[in-house]
Design a protein around this ligand. Sequence first.
Ligand code: UDP
Length: 313
Amino acid sequence: MTKRTLISGGAGFIGSHLCDFLLEKGHHVICMDNLLTGSMENIQHLLGHKNFEFIHYDITHYVYVQGKLDYILHFASPASPVDYLKYPIQTLKVGSIGTQNLLGLAKQKNATFLLASTSEVYGDPEQHPQSESYFGNVNPIGPRSVYDEAKRFAEALVMAYHRHHQLNTRIVRIFNTYGPRMRIGDGRVMPAFISQALQDQPITVFGDGSQTRSFCYVSDLVEGIYQLLNSNVHTPVNLGNDKEITILDFAKEVISLTNSRSTIEFHPLPQDDPKIRKPDLTKAKKLLHWEPKVSRKEGLVKTIRYFQEKLKL
Ligand code: UDP
């Protein structure tokens, strides 16, 4: 029997890679997206595939899907800081009401439910690296709270459905992920620096650039999500890459890999910008037998090529 899988946010960056991956695995994929930050371009190549359906829909309204569903993967949400500052109410609604609607659907269909959560649940962390047992340091009314608190609420809701209704659930806490199909203007550091470097424009480093991030290539992430889906782990699992770099060193790396003439320009650090971030991957390695394989250089070369084509350079 073919597995039928609903992916909310399926036209987004990670969602569309999941559509590709699960179609390859033989699933029938129903991609649902309201295209707020997702794009038809990301799934254009799948339209017409016999196992693929696209439904243009906002999951903050009651969700109806005909037929059986084996899996629901909830990836709908603005996810870049610039996007969720632009759409604060939608971000809160999709993380709360949207999650509730899809959990109700999962219960009705007896489907396995997977929530795309985030390293942002750890806020500006006081523990390094961040392990799943850390409760986080989130400002509940800061500019990032619309995303952080929505995801924290979503995790609570998923665990309640698991404990109260015995729903089969998974929670993945996704750390910074990059690759083709990121939107050039989404404001995140990876598309910003690459597009600036490719056009010899100044690289906009926020603060003094001493803050750190750890970047995971999208194919590694998708593999990890699939392993999690096929596991029996109901508690949150971190997925990402644990090679940490400062934003200033990252700017220099992008300049060098693109042979750019860009200079570095310092801008004010946004409020509540996490100073450090690196996943503790012990749990994923032990329970999912997964670890990231793609080096930053390898992933960056592929991503730079994608942006070159997008910018028609
Ligand atoms: N950043 C930067 N210049 C930019 C965009 C981002 O220096 O043009 C910094 C940002 O302040 C943060 C890091 O890069 O410290 C990663 O930011 P991003 O928006 O990619 O996502 P975050 O990891 O903060 O969720």
